[in-house]
Design a protein around this ligand. Structure first.
Ligand code: SAH
Length: 364
């Protein structure tokens, strides 16, 4: 059975192909017409039953009466000076969902959202200030990619990262089918190696993701002591660093597979060379790639981005210890489209205190 929208129409998007084809067969569609429906959704990226010449007239009319194509409406596209575009979608219930299209030299990456807001309460992240409004449905997750491809037909969007708004591992029941649709060969056709799910470190859900999905895993580490991580990422009080790293070491990763470890650099909080050394200790022997993200500011936050020299020294120190380390270039920050800048700005919403509680070190 397919999920329904608030008017009772069946949502065609976000349902993996075997289930959609089975449903279509139950509705009396011939196999060729069911395949054509899948292609219309995910290859032709159709937005209107009226223009689906690949479907018989009777099939089209039947579907138009009972089902629904797009789950999201593209509300605006804001292009940053560096070529990054922030796509703002509207849901049926009036919520804003944001994705960021990051073009590269040959291929582009789409950063998608999995929730409206987020419940993790990471102290350095703008989305956290919204709290969690709700999970996105699989259709709303898949539509971010479908509508981005439709809007940018000349851009080859080959990569998807679940690094927009939300904690994807809090919404695995919708994220897993959405990934299945994204990597389906007959449709959106992303390579499994080019879909990455990023988590703040929910240990049981990490195990489930790896067991049930072909996607790549990224984990936001962001601190090297429990004292600091407890203060900036409350999830650490439940799954402290030792528990998190023990779980990562035990993952049944495919040969040559590496976990990406993200590390947001916060000046005076987690960016010392002693931190780099502790980080190297934590990851010793774990097949991983380190991705350093100099913190992106947002109004109302008291954190600071380290100076470029400090970022370079931190990276060099890790590389000196033979760790695969890269710095994530800051993209889209003039349109508030960079990491940790998605969501309603505090000025538009009731402010909650942003002073990090009990932070051991905040250099001024
Ligand atoms: N909830 C998931 C994915 C969303 S955040 C997670 O926590 O991984 C994607 C990345 O952006 C995470 O690594 C997060 O730590 C980082 N991030 C959040 N706010 C940021 C900011 N203001 N500047 C830079 N990176 C930030």
């Amino acid at each position: 059975m397919l999920p329904r929208d608030h008017e009772g129409r069946l949502l065609l998007k976000g349902v993996p192909r075997p289930q959609l084809l089975a449903w279509a067969a139950e509705q009396g569609l011939r196999p060729g017409q069911a395949d054509a429906l899948w292609a219309a959704l995910y290859r032709k990226l159709r937005s209107d039953f009226a223009v689906m010449p690949e479907l018989d007239r009777a099939v089209r009319d039947g579907l138009a009466a009972t089902t629904r194509l797009d789950a999201l409406r593209l509300e605006s596209v804001k292009q940053a000076a560096d070529g990054t575009s922030k796509l703002v979608f509207e849901t049926d219930d009036g919520a804003a969902v944001e994705s960021v299209l990051i073009p590269g030299p040959e291929r582009a990456t789409l950063c998608v959202s999995s929730q409206v807001g987020c419940a993790m309460n990471c102290q350095f992240c703008l989305t956290a200030t919204m709290g969690l409004a709700r999970n996105l449905g699989a259709a709303e997750i898949v539509d971010q990619l479908v509508i981005a491809r439709r809007r940018f037909p000349d851009v080859w969007i080959s990569n998807v990262v679940f690094m927009g708004m939300g904690e994807p591992l809090h919404n695995l029941d919708q994220v897993l089918p959405a990934i299945d649709v994204m990597v389906d060969d007959h449709g959106l056709g992303l390579s499994q190696r080019r879909v990455t799910v990023s988590t703040s470190g929910l240990v049981p859900q990490i195990r489930r993701l790896v067991a049930e999905s072909p996607a790549q895993l990224a984990v936001s580490i962001n601190a090297t002591t429990d004292e600091v991580r407890d203060a900036i990422m409350p999830v650490n009080r439940k799954y402290p660093l030792a528990v998190l790293f023990a779980a990562l070491r035990e993952l049944p990763l495919a040969r040559r597979a590496r976990v990406t470890l993200e590390y947001v650099l916060l000046a005076g909080v987690n960016d010392s060379l002693a931190d780099a050394e502790r980080l190297a200790e934590w990851v010793r022997g774990l097949p991983c790639k380190l991705n350093l993200i100099p913190w992106n500011p947002h109004p109302g936050s008291e954190f600071r981005r380290p100076e470029p020299e400090q970022v370079a020294a931190f990276k060099a120190h890790l590389q000196g210890m033979r760790l695969n380390t890269s710095i994530r270039a800051t993209r889209g920050d003039d349109t508030m489209a960079a990491c940790g800048q998605l969501g309603r700005a505090p000025a538009e919403s009731p402010r909650r205190p942003r002073r990090p509680h009990g932070l051991p070190v905040i250099a001024s």
